[in-house]
Design a protein around this ligand. Structure first.
Ligand SMILES: C[S@@+](CC[C@H](N)C(=O)[O-])C[C@H]1O[C@@H](n2cnc3c(N)ncnc32)[C@H](O)[C@@H]1O
Length: 335
């Protein structure tokens, strides 16, 4: 089955890798960060459009599925938890809503940090669900007047349950349009795998250039017991802690570091980052080390997205709404 999709807040294309592997064709992408655009272009031969708030939804081509890992900073437990009050970033959700209203895709997949669930005592998630949904997780919402009418399913999924050696809990919000089915569709989130991947199998040997200086180790990393950096090696039978976008600054005393390198302790290497995010080793990183950590730390673990999208496609296929879709050059826009 093939389908067309738009990749919003595209970052370095984690959603794109997952959906392309399911025979999806990306016909629109948006990402305003110039370094992320560089990485995206190097891997997909496609430069994403910029600021989504400056693109009128009518300019976006017709799509079957919309994906959006909308910015999580306002909702994250690391960010200031400003949510919708954030002057611009919090309202980006409403840009997604505008696009859904105009383009009416058959389905969408949204992704955000786990902290969205508890943000503002649960009000933020309630507003999101009430805006999008006629049903939530198999229950109709009778008193709601949603702006757009989707059957919505949400769940917190942990990437470690779907084949990567990293704990990474994210909320996934999947919507299936009422135009596809007035009854609640039979969508299920993927079941956690029984067997887990351990980081030890992915730790590289003889890696140079990622070392943490002895000074930094003693003055900061292990200074006092105000944090618990995790040290791993090839024997480690664990999943590493969540890679965050500030990993390289070693601000997170709760981060994961590797035994080895010139000084005895080093940062995760590029290949190790790819492995814990489920990216192919062939993925090209044309940017600096700092940008590389930032980009992977902001991204999605590809295998879990793949499984969510696979279940969605299988569900849509039952309604025979994802089909061969010839793409005309005129479908592709210049904005
Ligand atoms: C949480 S990250 C999503 C990462 C992506 N899912 C991936 O796989 O790499 C959110 C992204 O939205 C981008 N972004 C934020 N505001 C934007 C805007 N107004 N227009 C376009 N992109 C924006 C950020 O630069 C960031 O890369």
């Amino acid at each position: 089955m093939s389908f067309l999709f738009a990749d919003l807040f595209a970052g370095i294309g984690g959603f794109r890798i997952a959906l392309e592997s399911l025979n999806g064709k990306c016909i629109f992408s948006s990402e305003w960060d110039k370094y992320a655009q560089l990485t995206y272009a190097a891997n997909f031969d496609d430069i994403p459009h910029g600021d989504i708030t400056q693109i009128h939804p009518s300019k976006i081509p017709d799509i079957d599925i919309l994906t959006a890992g909308f910015p999580c900073q306002p909702f994250s437990s690391i960010g200031k938890r400003e949510g919708f009050e954030h002057p611009t970033q919090g309202t980006l959700f409403y840009n997604v809503v505008k696009i859904l209203k105009e383009k009416k895709p058959k389905a969408f997949i949204l992704e955000n940090v786990e902290g969205l669930v508890t943000h503002d005592g649960g009000k933020t998630l309630s507003i999101i669900l009430e805006t999008l949904s006629i049903s939530v997780n198999g229950q109709y919402l009778f008193l709601c007047q949603p702006e757009i009418r989707y059957h919505v399913f949400w769940s917190i999924l942990d990437a470690k349950d779907y084949g990567v050696p990293q704990v990474r809990k994210r909320i996934f919000i999947v919507g299936i349009s009422e135009d596809i089915s007035t009854d609640i569709p039979d969508f299920r989130f993927p079941i956690p795998h029984l067997s887990k991947e351990f980081i030890g199998s992915y730790v590289e040997e003889n890696v140079s250039g990622y070392s943490i200086s002895k000074h930094l180790q003693s003055s900061y990393l292990f200074k006092i017991d105000d944090g618990r950096p995790e040290l791993i090696d090839r024997e480690s039978r664990i999943q590493v802690k969540t890679l965050c976008s500030t990993y390289h600054k070693i601000q997170r005393l709760t981060g994961t570091f590797v035994k080895g390198g010139e000084t005895g302790i080093r940062l995760l290497s590029e290949n190790e980052c790819k492995a814990i995010m489920g990216y192919p080793q062939s993925f090209i990183i044309p940017v600096s080390r700092t940008q590389m950590y930032r980009q992977f730390g902001n991204s999605v673990a590809v295998p879990v997205v793949h499984e969510v999208a696979r279940n969605l496609i299988n569900c849509l296929a039952k309604y025979k709404v994802v089909k061969e879709n010839p793409i005309k050059k005129s479908d592709l826009i210049n904005v």
